[in-house]
Design a protein around this ligand. Structure first.
Ligand code: PXG
Length: 443
């Protein structure tokens, strides 16, 4: 890696996503290259990536195999229309993704992002019920604090208040929300899945009774909620949700944009928990984030129902994106899946998880810590806010970690750690030791 300082670009023209633009532009934090577990910043400093980018670079950065596959594909077939035309890698990528989905969920719709995957899954659910002759099943149930991307569908079923507030009058109608499952008083410092909280799934029965099952298309939840600050499902909770969905004919959609491709030490959270939903949304790790890509895995019976309900020569689902199965993204997906398999990275995550848990919970007695939550290679550390200034301490600790050469993610006053699955035990120690120091330095 080049260790020379790089000049900063003019920052005015770019409206940055989910960023305090003025604060950032006053003191930019610029990453200029990456390799394996490390970023290189513009000032020449090395930064250990404790967040796999944004929960997406699961095999580590700039993997030569993936870079080569993308470069090769860019010269062979840069782009091909995906509507009424095909290219081989789209089909190959679908076959490969299907192979690691739960049994029977082997029909894959490609998108360009997690947000698009969520909208796609919601639309497939509606199309399915219509094809079955129950078009009045139009309602969706999401969950408080859920993050399902930023499309109007996603923010409607999502439960992040800040993401909804500005668009409140324009949210998708017909949505209700389950309560979220975090309860620090009952379950602080749980290791893995909390023992408390399975009963919260029963709220779904109340909501179903209120709206009547005949009006509800499906339920969408993150099996483990990431963005909102790492909420681990209570033991038995997801099982109950699934049972209630099955009892009432509701489709269960797991949003696995963060959890699919090894984050919990299994190909999917569905496999990790042993629960088969009806649809799974994905993105991020699908191709190690080398090229934007998302996907929805669908139970074969759902595909068959939608497809067979249409006239044989008509388009069955009026939905798709210019970049569905973009050749470069598909090439990257195939190669990323090769890397995951060849290096056994999902198993690696599983075998690192106990040491990761131990290291995360070593922060229990660190300054300002209210809770530590963990599962697989994910940890959330909830810290005491500065009185009257929510989020200020989270930002401060994030900066202090960065100054010490470790990138963590923060959501208000919750730190999230989710390193690439190639992380070493020593790097795990380094990440949590750095967080401890940063917390100690915070007044
Ligand atoms: N669903 C889930 C569960 C996600 O985590 C999306 C949908 C949307 O994906 P796109 O590709 O449209 O961004 C996500 C994205 C964070 C963070 O720091 C998390 C996400 C994105 C950016 C930051 O927690 N998750």
């Amino acid at each position: 890696m080049n260790a020379q300082p790089n000049p900063l670009p003019d920052t005015d023209a770019l409206w940055m996503p989910f960023t305090a633009n003025r604060q950032f532009k006053a003191a930019p934090r610029m990453l200029v290259s990456a390799s394996g577990m490390y970023y290189l910043a513009h000032d020449g400093s090395q930064i250990l990536d404790g967040t796999a980018g944004l929960w997406c670079v699961n095999a580590g950065h700039c993997r030569p195999e993936i870079a080569d596959a993308v470069a090769r594909q860019a010269r062979v077939l840069d782009y091909a229309p995906g509507f009424q035309m095909g290219h081989p890698l789209a089909f190959e990528a679908a076959t490969r993704v299907a192979a690691i989905m739960p049994q029977g969920m082997d029909r894959i719709f490609f998108t360009g992002s997690g947000s698009e995957s969520v909208d796609t899954a919601l639309k497939i659910a509606l199309a399915y019920h219509r094809a079955r002759g129950e078009p009045q099943r139009h309602r969706f149930i999401g969950r408080e604090r859920g993050y399902h991307g930023v499309g109007f569908g996603g923010i409607s079923v999502g439960g992040i208040a800040a993401n909804r507030k500005t668009f409140s009058a324009n949210l998708m109608p017909g949505v209700d929300h389950l309560p979220h499952t975090l309860n620090i008083a009952e379950a602080a410092f749980s290791r893995g899945q909390p023992a408390w909280g399975a009963h919260l799934a029963d709220e779904l029965e109340r909501i179903v009774a209120l709206h009547d099952a005949s009006n509800i298309a499906g339920v969408i939840v993150e099996p483990m909620a990431g963005s909102t600050g790492v909420l681990i499902p209570p033991r038995g909770y997801l099982e109950r949700l699934q049972a209630i969905c099955a009892r009432h004919g509701l489709l269960l959609i797991f949003d696995e944009v963060i959890t699919a491709f090894g984050r919990l030490g299994a190909p999917t959270a569905s496999a990790f928990f042993g629960i088969a939903p009806d649809l799974i949304t994905m993105a991020k790790g699908i191709n190690n984030a080398a090229v934007p890509m998302g996907a929805v895995a669908v139970r074969r019976s759902i595909y068959d129902t939608v497809v067979n309900a249409a006239q044989p020569e008509s388009i069955e689902l009026f939905h798709g994106y210019t970049y569905s199965a973009h050749p470069l993204a598909a090439a990257a997906a195939i190669e990323a899946l090769n890397v995951y398999e060849r290096e056994g990275l999902f198993q690696r995550a599983a075998s690192l998880a106990p040491a990761f848990e131990q290291a995360a919970h070593s922060l229990r007695d660190a300054s300002h810590v209210r809770d530590v939550r963990n599962l697989g290679l994910v940890a959330g550390i909830e810290i005491e806010p500065v009185p009257g200034k929510p989020g200020a301490r989270g930002y401060e600790v994030f900066l202090r970690c960065l100054a010490r050469g470790v990138l963590v993610r923060y959501t208000a006053d919750i730190l999230a750690v989710s390193p690439p699955l190639i992380v070493t035990p020593a790097q795990i120690e380094q990440i949590f030791a750095t967080i401890r120091e940063a917390l100690q330095a915070s007044a």
